[in-house]
Design a protein around this ligand. Structure first.
Ligand code: NAD
Ligand code: MN
Length: 476
């Protein structure tokens, strides 16, 4: 026993939820043509938060037409400096409303307030500030003397970082003179709808940003619409493949950010306490609902026992529970469906012979929860070593030599992220050079910055978001 924490809940009174939300098309909220709705839940207690409209083909048609009109008559003709002013304004309003947005994101998604407040929201604002700064400097981005927008961008995003993925998609598209129709995930639509209000508050011209809520059918209708010039998708590899097939043979441009099975490599000369912190944040940050999570720990055999002992001590101190409590480290799993997927894969891990460990941990009675879990004795053929679990589950493998570490790290159909822990600079560079991963973190993990490009190799997708590279996906 260390000491007891008193509850420290953030107040939800900063959030005013409407009972139902319409689609945001051409600067206004409107019900879906079909009148159909879906309900977004709070995954921490399964209570209903609000109803949102489900966009169908007619609504997609209206939104794409509004985006086209706005692009051709207003946004595409505006100077970069003028567009930048709107983006700076949006960034400032996001900052002003960040407490409200952080609480709403925690309610709708289940992630801890500590993370929405200190990671998601600061990064959302930073992304808009960063791309606002590019809007009048595109001629100096190394993309030719006068880069031209593509037109209308269809953007489909997942539920793990709802507002942050929106920022990653919308900020570079708008900075380069494109207009957008964005579909948030069906379990986390609410911060995108508050973002629509922010666009109104910023006096953004109608049609520049359109938000269509709905599930997979809405997403499919949007990306398949012949009036869009560019498709940007973040989500599962399976849906990414479907989208790639539907876009093939059209002249739409496509970027895909898909799954991952990141390796976190700990060499025997690493600073062990720091490495343990990095392993924890690599896989337990955001309940492991992170495409670039360090879900495969590769630890050098000579230090494996020590690392695992300290790691288990550390994981036993993580606090699971109310996402709005400021001391919570692990919040709720986003949906019943995701919880089911995590259970299925962890059961397969046990059935295939890996050893499962979780600390003693009280699980709340309602809501979707999964205790932090570590698998040891994992072999490369096990499903828990190959498939993306997208939950708080770490698979531990060992290695003897640097060559073996690299071979094992690269033995995956994915290639999004990796981490390397060593005190030796030469070993760091030697390893990073050989890893087939879009991002390699050195003595840290899950660090994000709008100036840095992010994206994958192989089945993790293609195209880069963030940084100067992120502009390239939106100009012709
Ligand atoms: P998903 O790919 O089904 O959903 C992502 C987004 O795509 C959502 O907005 C969804 O409504 C939309 N969508 C679904 N079907 C579509 C279609 N045919 N056409 C266009 N849009 C469509 O992901 P999921 O079911 O929520 O999660 C499944 C798995 O995907 C997870 O377990 C995880 O492994 C992976 N995932 C990865 C990421 C990531 O950031 N790379 C994010 C979420 C999920
Ligand atoms: Mn929800």
């Amino acid at each position: 026993m260390i000491f007891e924490y008193a509850p420290a809940p953030e107040s939800r009174s900063v959030v005013t939820l409407r009972e139902s939300y319409g689609l945001f098309i051409d600067g206004e909220f409107a019900p879906a043509a079909s009148g159909e709705n879906l309900t977004s839940l709070n995954p921490a207690d399964e209570t209903k938060l609000a109803q949102v409209a489900v966009a169908g083909p007619e609504d997609v048609e209206r939104a794409v037409a509004a985006a086209r009109r706005a692009q051709e008559t207003v946004w595409g003709r505006m100077s970069g400096a003028e567009r930048g002013k709107y983006l700076f304004r949006i960034a400032r309003i996001v900052q002003e409303r960040s407490r409200e947005l952080a609480v709403l994101e925690s309610l709708d998604n289940g992630k801890p307030i500590k993370e929405t407040r200190d990671v998601d929201l600061p990064l959302v604002a930073a992304h808009f500030f960063y791309y606002a700064g590019w809007a009048d400097k595109l001629a100096h981005a190394g993309l030719g003397p006068d880069p031209k927008p593509l037109g209308v961008a269809a953007q489909v995003i997942p539920w793990n970082f709802p507002l942050l993925m929106l920022a990653w998609k919308i900020a570079p598209a708008l900075a380069t003179g494109n207009t957008v129709v964005l579909k948030p995930a069906e379990t986390t639509p609410l911060t995108a709808l508050v973002f629509a209000e922010i666009c109104q508050e910023a006096d953004l011209p109608p049609g520049v940003v359109n938000i269509l809520t709905g599930a997979g059918d809405t997403g499919r209708a949007l990306v398949e619409h012949p009036g869009v010039d560019k498709v940007a998708f973040t989500g599962s590899t399976e849906v990414g493949r479907q989208i790639a097939r539907s876009v093939a043979g059209t002249d739409k441009r496509l970027t895909l950010e898909l799954g991952g099975k990141g390796a976190n490599i700990v060499y025997e000369d690493a600073a062990i306490d720091q490495a343990v912190e990095g392993i924890v944040s690599g896989i337990f940050f955001n309940q492991g609902h992170v495409c670039c999570a360090g879900s495969r720990l590769l630890v050098q055999e000579s230090v494996a026992d020590e690392v695992l002992t300290r790691l288990k001590e550390r994981v036993a101190r993580l606090r699971l529970g109310d996402p709005l409590d400021k001391n919570t480290d692990i919040g709720a799993i986003n949906s019943a469906a995701q919880l089911e997927r995590i259970r299925e894969l962890t059961e397969a891990g046990e059935a295939e012979g890996a050893q499962r460990w979780s600390p003693a941990c009280d699980i709340p009675e309602s809501g979707y929860w999964f205790a932090p879990t570590i698998f040891t004795g994992v072999s490369q053929a096990h499903r828990v070593a190959r498939e993306e679990i997208f939950g708080p589950v770490l698979s531990v493998l060992t290695f003897r030599t640097p060559d073996e570490a690299v071979v094992k790290a690269n033995n995956t159909p994915y290639g999004l992220s990796a981490g390397v822990w060593t005190e030796k600079g030469s070993r760091m560079l030697w390893t990073a050079e050989r890893l087939r991963a879009g991002v390699v973190w050195s003595n840290t993990f899950n660090k994000f910055d709008p100036t840095s490009p992010f994206g994958g190799y192989k089945e993790s997708g293609y195209g880069r978001e963030g940084g100067r590279h992120g502009l390239e996906a939106y100009v012709g």
